[in-house]
Design a protein around this ligand. Structure first.
Ligand code: NDP
Length: 277
């Protein structure tokens, strides 16, 4: 037997079509939204994220404004201007920054009503409280892929490997809000394999190539791999796909799983924000 493939590319195509229609409607109503991206250009990962957001935005007819500036104070000023500009419906800060603390401070200059990648502490607080909030896009992508493939979440035992503010924690909050019983693992977890083997739904967001091996997965589990790790010959996930795929009931591939859906989640939140205003 082999696992059902939880394909993200087809879902991204469906989402793109829906968002394109909604952007068209906003344009006819003379409210075409702009997505602004702020980056210090220090890290390749942030530059790649900005580029993928720009490409995705263009694909649904959304204009982008990328502000690349090494000086964080200048970026803070830019954020204040973008907050005041009605057509700018969303502002994304491309993390990580050269100085991570400066990156976190910059996020706090973004108006919460334009925080379409759910990076602001107030958005995170609302999410943690189970209130409506903008959510980090990768976490939303996990839920979107599960929903698109009708994977049951309510009542299941979900194990999330990773507790970062961008992936692990928000995924755990979203699963909890959907009535999963959630366990969060990290580097100090005593016996990772013992925890992951109990998962009906396993979400890997550790940033460690091939961390989740075949013997760490319960037969019939659903496995979601958020990992994007550069390796020789391309990108690998946090899950050893060839070992886990014969054991799991369903699994996301890397690439082609969570990755392509993530920028669409930023854009979905942007379009929702524009539709509200
Ligand atoms: P971070 O490095 O910020 O966080 C990693 C988390 O995993 C930490 O909480 C860490 O624990 C935990 N962890 C690391 N090693 C282990 C281990 N051996 N056992 C148990 N837990 C471990 O990474 P991110 O959350 O930013 O990213 C995670 C992955 O998701 C990366 O591969 C990244 O590339 C990918 N990613 C994908 C995106 C997408 O669009 N699909 C977007 C963003 C990220 P501790 O807290 O104890 O240090």
């Amino acid at each position: 037997v082999s696992a059902r493939l939880l394909d993200g590319r087809a879902l991204a195509t469906t989402l793109r079509a829906d968002l394109t229609t909604r952007v068209g409607r906003l344009e006819r109503g003379a409210h075409p939204p702009i997505l602004a991206i702020l980056t210090d250009g220090a890290h390749a990962a942030a530059t790649l994220y900005a580029a993928s957001l720009e490409r995705a935005a263009r694909s649904i007819g959304v204009e982008t404004r990328v502000i690349r500036e090494a000086d964080v104070v200048a970026l803070e000023r830019a954020a204040a201007e973008l907050n005041a500009e009605a057509r700018v419906a969303g502002i994304v800060v491309g993390q990580p920054f050269g100085d991570p603390a400066a990156g976190r401070r910059l996020v706090e200059h973004v108006d919460v009503s334009k925080d379409v990648d759910g990076a602001h502490p107030e958005s995170a607080g609302r999410l943690a409280r189970g209130e409506p909030a903008f959510v980090p896009a990768t976490a939303l992508a996990v839920i979107a892929v599960l929903e698109a493939h009708l994977v049951r979440v309510a009542g299941v035992r979900a194990v999330v490997v990773g507790r970062s503010a961008v992936v692990g924690r928000p995924v755990a909050s979203l699963l909890l809000a959907r009535d999963a019983t959630v366990v969060i693992c990290h580097r100090a977890t005593r016996n990772l394999a013992e925890e992951t083997r109990r998962a009906d739904l396993l979400v890997a967001a550790a940033g460690v190539p091939l961390l989740v091996r075949g013997d760490m997965v319960r037969p019939g589990a659903t496995v979601v791999d958020c990992g994007i790790n550069a390796a020789e010959g391309g990108i690998v996930g946090d899950v050893a796909f060839s070992e886990v795929e014969p054991i799991a009931a369903a699994i996301t591939p890397v690439p082609g799983g969570i990755g392509p859906v993530t920028p669409m989640m930023v854009l979905r939140q942007l379009v929702e924000a524009a539709e509200r205003s």
